[in-house]
Ligand binder design. Structure first.
Ligand code: GTP
Length: 243
């Protein structure tokens, strides 16, 4: 039995916007500018997926739901995982053990890593796959308008693969995408269009993140077919994502 499940973000506001949390069998994209909280949400979900089902995670009994974190920019922080785990009363060492950290050095490597997950995910009861950020290598390697078609083609193939992974193994796939605050600088490049169709054929759920006052952030649901459009506020605290 493979029904759709949800992982809590740590914020009930954000969970509500998402229709109960980040869902399995789907790609959820968090996009926004630098510092908007994409990586913090990614870290938090890697911890939260390991919680028991009655606390918003996907662990059942002693069968721990694990996470894969594909880091493309070297921004992953184990200390942050430790801190988030401790705040939830979890054993930080155990939580860290159950996150498979993978550094993707270029776009081909990133795609190869995902290919390998078709073995690892079912074998190790992985229930969350994070790609932070999904676009950075592709942008760096295929810059400008002249490479746009090829870049989109490669990116779409990658997203298709991630979508299959989500579907086949009933896991949640979370991708992040940094989008500049000034889209005019990147005129002609739709992958840089704020609120635009950044990842054309990406299925699933898209959430735009915006900075607000202090540690507050605004999350906005973008063109989700089965979820109402709307906005909500959450916070990035010492303990992680909260209301
Ligand atoms: P980039 O990864 O830089 O593209 O941005 P992002 O959108 O991923 O932002 P990120 O998730 O890294 O969030 C950055 C913000 O999270 C910072 O501005 C801080 O406000 C907050 N933050 C990060 N680490 C901590 C921490 O250890 N404690 C607290 N209280 N806040 C933190």
């Amino acid at each position: 039995r493979m029904h759709l499940r949800k992982i809590t973000t740590g914020s009930s506001n954000l969970d509500e916007l998402l229709g109960g949390g980040v869902e399995t069998k789907t790609i959820t994209e968090f996009f926004g500018e630098f510092g908007s909280g994409k990586s913090q949400i990614s870290h938090q979900l890697s911890v939260n997926v390991q919680l028991p089902a009655d606390q918003g995670g996907l662990t059942e009994g002693d069968k721990i739901a694990k996470a894969v974190y594909i880091d493309t920019e070297g921004t992953f922080r184990w200390e942050r995982i430790e801190q988030m785990a401790r705040c939830l009363g979890m054993d930080p060492e155990l939580v860290m053990e159950n996150i498979y950290y993978m550094r993707a050095v270029n776009s081909d490597h990133q795609m190869a890593v995902v290919e390998e997950l078709f073995e690892l995910v079912p074998k190790e009861n992985v229930k969350l796959v994070v790609v932070d950020s999904v676009t950075s290598h592709f942008r760096a390697e295929y810059p400008g308008r002249e490479n746009l078609a090829l870049r989109q083609q490669k990116l779409n193939k990658h997203l298709h693969q991630l979508g299959r992974l989500a579907e086949v193994f009933n896991v949640a796939v979370v991708i992040t995408n940094q989008v500049m605050a000034r889209p005019d600088v990147f005129y002609g490049d739709p992958t840089q269009a704020v609120g635009g169709h950044v990842l054309y054929h990406a299925p699933g759920v898209r959430v735009q993140l915006k900075k607000s006052r202090g540690n507050k952030r605004i999350a906005r649901m973008v063109d989700a077919p089965h979820l109402p459009e709307g906005e909500t506020v959450f916070a990035i605290t010492e303990c992680g994502i909260r209301d």
